[in-house]
Design a protein around this ligand. Structure first.
Ligand SMILES: Cc1cc2nc3c(=O)[nH]c(=O)nc-3n(C[C@H](O)[C@H](O)[C@H](O)COP(=O)(O)OP(=O)(O)OC[C@H]3O[C@@H](n4cnc5c(N)ncnc54)[C@H](O)[C@@H]3O)c2cc1C
Length: 477
C-alpha cells in the first residue's frame, strides 16, 4: 500500500480481475461461468484491450500449426466474432470469409459473454493500489468517478498487460528483455532473421522493450496490387523514385521518415499490412517508435504523440508512393498506443524461449499456443528477429501464471511469467485468451474448494479444462 485513501465503499467478491483486454475478459467470463462472484475492472470504456480499442484485429494462435483447435473460450470467441463480423460488417458477399475480425464486434461479443455469465464489469475504473499481508493480497484499491473503492477478493488476477497489480503489490517482475538473451538466441539457432533488410548485426537489446505502434485502417485499396510490396524493405528504385524526389515529399523528415541510406525510410522499415474485413480494406501496422517504456507515464504519452504524428505521414506515403493505394482513404485509427512489451511477473516458473523452441512439455500445462518467435527489434535496426517454431504448438505451465510471493495472485495475457523470447509468442491474442481461460477456471474451482489458487492441484485444473473442450497438451514431440 503506497498511500492512504478516502474509501467511499468496500465490496467483496471471489474473483477480482484487473484489465478487460482479451485475457482479462476471458478470465472473468470463465470465473463467473464457474459460479464465482466476479468483478472485472477496466480503465477504458470497452472490453478487448489492444484487440478492441487498439484495432489489433489479426487474432492469432487459435489452433496449433497442424490445426488442432485450442478450444474453450478462444474457439467460442473467434467463432462468434467471425459469425457476427460476416453478418454485420462485411458488405461484399463475394469476398467470403473475414480475414480480420472486427474490433467492434469483438468488443460486443466479449461484453455479451461477460454479461451473460454475470460478471460485474466496472468500466472507467482504474486499479490504483494493493494491500498485502502474510503472503496474500488482502485487498486492492480501485478508483472511478465516485472516488476510491476497496475490493476484497479470494483471488486477484492481473490482466493489465503491464502487470500493474504485480507492480503495485511489490511482487517480482522483469521489464523488457533480460541481459544476455542474445546468447540464448544463438544457442537455439534463432539468429534467423525474417524480412531483415540486409542487416546482419548481432542482437543486443539488454533491458529494452519491443517498439510501440499504432494501428489504422484504410479502404479503397487495390489489395492485390499493393500486396506485391507488402512486408518488404524497399530501395528508392523499387518505387521508381529518386532520393531527391523523396526529399521534396511534404512529410520527409517526420520521425521514422528521415533519409539515412538508399533504403526508403519508413517507421517499420517496410510496408506492413494485413487484409481487412472488405476486399478493398487494409489494416496497417506501419508506425513504430523505439525506446518507449509503456509502463512509464512520460514515455507512454511521448509514444502516443509520435505515433499519432506519424499516422498522416504514413497515409500520405502509401497514397503517394505505393501502387494500389492511389484511391485509398483513411477510415479509422486506434485511439490507444499499441504496446507490445513491458513488465512480466517473475512467478513460480519462468517460461523460456528455449522451452518454446524445444517444445517442452510440463506436467502442469494448462494452456497452449502456436506462433513464431517474433521480436520486433527493440533497437529498430532490423524488423523482427525470430522465426517459425518446428513444434506444432508450445505449452504453458500453470506455474507461469502463479505468483511465488502471493498465493492468491494469478496473471494472464501479456504479463505472464516468461522471458523476452517466449513473450514474443505468448503475447499473441489467442494465447492471451487461453491463459485467461485457465486462470478464470482456476479461480472458480478454488472459490468452491476454499483454497488459495496457487495451491490448486494442476491435475484437477487440467481435468476441468479438458471437460470444457480445452486442449492442454499431449506431451508431444
Ligand atoms: C502493434 C501490435 C501488433 C500486434 N499484432 C498482433 C497480431 O498480429 N496477432 C495477435 O494475435 N496479436 C498481436 N499483437 C499482440 C496482442 O494484441 C496483445 O499482446 C494482446 O492483445 C494483449 O492482450 P491482454 O489482454 O494481455 O492485454 P491488453 O489488450 O493490453 O489489455 C489490458 C487491459 O487492461 C486495462 N488496464 C491496464 N492497466 C489498468 C489499470 N491499472 N486499471 C484498470 N485497467 C487497466 C487496459 O485498458 C486494457 O484494456 C500485437 C500487439 C501490438 C501492440
Amino acid at each position: 500500500m503506497k498511500t492512504t485513501y478516502d474509501i467511499v465503499k468496500e465490496i467483496r467478491c471471489n474473483t477480482f480481475v484487473a484489465g478487460g483486454g482479451v485475457a482479462g475478459s476471458s478470465a472473468a467470463i470463465a470465473s463467473a461461468r464457474g459460479g464465482a462472484k466476479t468483478i472485472l475492472c477496466e480503465m477504458g470504456g470497452t472490453l478487448g484491450g489492444q484487440a478492441g480499442i487498439g484495432l489489433v484485429t489479426p487474432l492469432s494462435s487459435v489452433t496449433s500449426k497442424s490445426r488442432i483447435p485450442f478450444g474453450g473460450l478462444v474457439k467460442e470467441i473467434v467463432d462468434e466474432t467471425s459469425r457476427l463480423t460476416e453478418k454485420y460488417v462485411i458488405d461484399d458477399e463475394s469476398f467470403g470469409t473475414a480475414y480480420n475480425i472486427s474490433p467492434h464486434i469483438l468488443k460486443y461479443v466479449l461484453l455479451k459473454m461477460a454479461s451473460d455469465a454475470g460478471v460485474n464489469v466496472r468500466f472507467h475504473t482504474v486499479l490504483c493500489d494493493a494491500e498485502t499481508e502474510n503472503g496474500r493480497i488482502k485487498s486492492v484499491i480501485i478508483k472511478d468517478k465516485s472516488g476510491y473503492t476497496r475490493v476484497i477478493a479470494d483471488t486477484y488476477i492481473d490482466a493489465t498487460g503491464d502487470a500493474d497489480l504485480v507492480y503495485l503489490s511489490e511482487d517480482n517482475y522483469v521489464l523488457g528483455s533480460e541481459s544476455g538473451i542474445y546468447d540464448k538466441l544463438m544457442g537455439a539457432n534463432l539468429d534467423k532473421v525474417h524480412s531483415d533488410g540486409g542487416k546482419s548485426e548481432k542482437y543486443h537489446s539488454d533491458n529494452l522493450m519491443q517498439p510501440v505502434s499504432l494501428f489504422f485502417v484504410m479502404r479503397g485499396v487495390d489489395y492485390e496490387k499493393a500486396s506485391s510490396l507488402n512486408n518488404k524493405n524497399l530501395y528508392f528504385g523499387d518505387l521508381g523514385i529518386t532520393k531527391e524526389r523523396f526529399e521534396k515529399w511534404e512529410f520527409c523528415g517526420t520521425p521514422g521518415f528521415e533519409i539515412q541510406s538508399d533504403f526508403v525510410p519508413m517507421p517499420q522499415n517496410r510496408v506492413l499490412m494485413t487484409r481487412g474485413r472488405h476486399s478493398d480494406e487494409a489494416v496497417i501496422n506501419m508506425s513504430r517508435v523505439i525506446n518507449i517504456n509503456g509502463a512509464d507515464g512520460d514515455d507512454l504519452s511521448r509514444g502516443e504523440v509520435i505515433c499519432q504524428l506519424q499516422l498522416i505521414a504514413i497515409v500520405d506515403f502509401l497514397k503517394t508512393f505505393i501502387p494500389g493505394f492511389e484511391k485509398s482513404y483513411l477510415v479509422e485509427s486506434s485511439s490507444r498506443l499499441g504496446v507490445r512489451e513491458t513488465r512480466r511477473l517473475v512467478g513460480k516458473y519462468k517460461l523460456s524461449g528455449l522451452d518454446l523452441i524445444n517444445g517442452s512439455s510440463f506436467p502442469d500445462t494448462v494452456a497452449c499456443g502456436y506462433y513464431m518467435i517474433d521480436i520486433h527489434d527493440p533497437q529498430g535496426k532490423r524488423n523482427a528477429i525470430g522465426g517459425d517454431l518446428e513444434m506444432d504448438y508450445f505449452e504453458i505451465p500453470y506455474r507461469s501464471l502463479c505468483s511465488e510471493k502471493y498465493n492468491n495472485l494469478l496473471v494472464c495475457g501479456r504479463c505472464i511469467s516468461c522471458d523476452h523470447i517466449a513473450h514474443s509468442a505468448t503475447r499473441i491474442q489467442g494465447c492471451c485468451i487461453t491463459t485467461g481461460n485457465a486462470v478464470g477456471v482456476a479461480s472458480a474451482l478454488t472459490a468452491k474448494e476454499g483454497i488459495a489458487p496457487c495451491d490448486l492441484s494442476p491435475d484437477s485444473l487440467r481435468e476441468s479444462l479438458k471437460k470444457d473442450g480445452i486442449f492442454v497438451g499431449n506431451n508431444k514431440k
